[in-house]
Each structure stands twice: as C-alpha cells, then as structure tokens.
Design a protein around this ligand. Structure first.
Ligand SMILES: [Zn+2]
Length: 396
C-alpha cells in the first residue's frame, strides 16, 4: 500500500477557519498541552508507541506552534514543530483526533545585511535586525579572534550573510551563518562556512569554537543523526537525535567536554543516562549505559576525556552501543559537526577549493558593504495554515 501525503499551503479564510499562533511555555509538557486544550490524552499520548511518545518530549519553550480552529472554535488541526524538519500534526478525522509526525515544508533564503557600529556589535545587530539569534551568532563566531571591548570602535562596519529558513512565510529556526566580516582599524576580519560544514578564517585555519571529543575514541558509528527520516517498515516519520557508537558492553565512555554532571540516573527509553552541562548552553547526553563510574554523580565537575561510565544496552536498545547527543539550549544538533578530530588547517586541493569559495563570498561582502544593505524585515504573519489531505491507494 502506498500512502500519499499531501500538504497544501492555503489561506484558510476560504474555509472559514482561523489559524492561531502560540508560543510554547516554559515548563509546559505535551501532556499539559493536551489537557489544557481538552484533547484526548489516551488517544494522543498513552496509545502512541514509545518512539512517538519520545518525540512529544522534544517540545521546547519558545517554539511557535499553530492551532487551526473552525468558526465555532473547535480544534481542527494542530502543528507542533519538534525541530526544523519534523513536526507533530494532530488533526480531526470525523469525530476523533489523529496523531502523526510529518516533515516540515520549508524554504531557505540567503539574506544579508550591513551595519555600522555606534555602540557594540550586539547592540547594533539587534537594532538593525531585531534578532537576538543573529547577534549571538556573530559574537560567538569572533569571540576567539577579537576582543570586543578593546578591538572594536565606533564607525566599524560589519556584514553578515546567512541562510534563513521560512515556514508558512515566517522565519523559524537558527539562521546558518555563511560569512561574517567586521572591518576594524581598517582591517577586515572574516569567518567563512566551508563546504565541509566547518568555519575558517581568511587564512584557511579552522575557527576554534566549542569542540567536543569523541566519547569512545576510535569507535565505529552505527547510526547517524537525522532530524527526520521515513521508516520504510513502520511507515512513519521518525527522528534520531544523536549518533550511535558501536562498542562492546563495558567499554569506557569518556566525557566529550568539561562540564558539570546534571543527570546521572535512569531515564525512560534512554536507560541509564548521563547528561553533562557545558559552557555556552551546550549539553551532552550518554544513553543506554551499563553502569556509571564510581564517584560520578549529579553536581560533580568532570574534565574532557575523563571516564564517566560504561557501554551497555539499558532502556530501549537492541544491543550494546552508546547513544550520544549534543544539545544547544535544549535543541539537538548533529554531534559530528562539532566533534574535534584535529583543528584543521586547509592544505592542497582543499585549500584551493576554499580559496575559490572565499573569493565568491568576498565579492558578496564587498557588494553589501558598498550598498550598505539594510536588513529586510520578514512580512507580517498572515492567516495561513496547512490543509491536510491523506489519500491511500492500493498497489497491486
Ligand atoms: Zn541512538
């Protein structure tokens, strides 16, 4: 049986329905949400399988979600984004509600702006764009190479070029920086996103960010990170928000970075779980552990590389392996993008490719610098929603 899933983007006024936008509250759980909206808890949570239940735990404070209501106020559809690729869709089918996880349809636009410093990069980026995220990205990009207090002065100029995702014509998710430039004391400083997904300065040296080590040195990766993937047997959308390392039961697990243990106990499908809180809002998670190392407990500070636990298969796991997650401000990111093997210095063929990429970026930056490109404000929110159609066809 082939399942056709079609999502249309329409102005819902045609259907005399109303789309309401909300922000997910701090400390609100998915179960709270169902209860507050008088939705059937059994059908939409307790009857779900473990994987879907776990997806519901991914709702985070600050996320914008939508409720489509009929004219008389009944809930017709709900869209709860879990990350920038997957969302929970609850919809009314005849007289009952249905739960499903579906991909988010989004478009990506490359955007750019220029600003002159009158106070500080943080102040002026915020003033120009109104986006804390852009200010945060800029500051963390240059924090190892510039001293914001002493190096930057009034009249300095900066340009940022980045990718922004849009869903229902509203921007969402963290922008991806492609190039940032700040001109100070008549010298231009750059950060470039290379084709390998890492950031480099104008010399082709990798920019030091917050980098983690592998929790099991040399271990083979048995499953990669994905924000959404179609499961061909279960016929549903799932996510794998970490990386699995294959290893024998009892293999030592090392702290990927220095930090404080914030969880060291059992946690549902994770089995025995350790969470470490690091600087800059980062957190690492180590799941399915056989046991914790002696002397490792909640509140304890650990150093990068220190042994914290041993590989096992506790919780929802089919065999001994380490499930490893990296989160920033609660949001799961691909651990392999920030695992340090060595700090890279591009050479040879890679360096030549980087120089070509850099030349294109530099031309764009100069263009925005000369044009003094203003930040383009996104259009105001329209009464838009998804209209969901499901058709099933028998195949042979
Ligand atoms: Zn896993």
């Amino acid at each position: 049986m082939i399942r056709f899933l079609i999502l249309f983007l329409l102005t819902t006024s045609i259907f005399a329905s109303q789309v309401e936008r909300y922000r997910w509250n701090n400390a609100e759980t998915y179960l709270d949400f169902l209860e507050n909206n008088n939705l059937p808890v059994k059908k939409l949570y307790y009857n779900l399988d473990k994987d879907d239940q776990r997806l519901t735990e991914e709702m985070r404070a600050g996320i914008h979600y939508q409720i489509l209501k009929s004219k008389n106020g009944n809930i017709e559809q709900i869209l709860l984004p879990l990350n920038d690729e997957l969302q929970i869709h609850i919809y009314k089918d005849k007289n009952s509600y249905v739960f499903e996880a579906i991909p988010i349809i989004s478009t990506t636009k490359t955007e750019a702006f220029y600003t002159t410093i009158t106070s500080s990069p943080n102040y002026n980026i915020l003033k120009e764009t109104g986006s804390k995220k852009l200010a945060q990205i800029f500051i963390s990009s240059f924090k190892h190479s510039l001293n914001f207090k002493n190096d930057i002065q009034k009249g300095d100029k900066l340009v940022m070029i980045y990718d922004q995702k849009y869903r229902l014509e509203a921007p969402f998710s963290m922008p991806t920086l492609k190039v940032a430039m700040i001109e100070t004391h008549h010298k231009k400083h750059y950060i470039y996103l290379n084709d390998d997904g890492r950031y480099y300065n104008e010399k082709g040296h990798e920019v030091e960010g917050f980098l983690f080590a592998r929790p099991i040195p040399g271990a083979r990766i048995s499953s990669y990170f994905t924000k959404h993937r179609w499961h061909p047997i279960l016929h549903k959308w799932k996510a794998h928000l970490g990386v699995d390392f294959a290893a024998r039961r009892g293999t030592p697990v090392h702290a990927a970075g220095s930090g404080t243990i914030s969880w060291c106990s059992r946690a549902g499908t994770y089995g025995n779980l350790i969470k470490i809180r690091h600087a800059d809002g980062y957190e690492t998670r180590y799941a399915h552990l056989k046991s914790f190392r002696r002397g490792i407990y909640r509140g304890r500070h650990v150093k990068k590389g220190q042994i914290i636990a041993y590989v096992g298969t506790t919780g929802r796991s089919t065999g001994p392996h380490l499930h490893f997650e990296v989160r920033i401000h609660g949001r799961a990111i691909n651990p392999l993008h920030i695992i340090q093997i060595t700090t890279k210095k591009l050479e040879g063929k890679q360096k030549r490719a980087f120089i070509r990429l850099k030349k294109n970026y530099d031309e764009s930056v100069n263009l925005h610098l000369n044009n003094k490109t203003h930040y383009k404000k996104p259009p105001p929110f329209e009464n838009m929603g998804y209209i969901h159609l499901l058709t099933e066809k028998n195949n042979g």
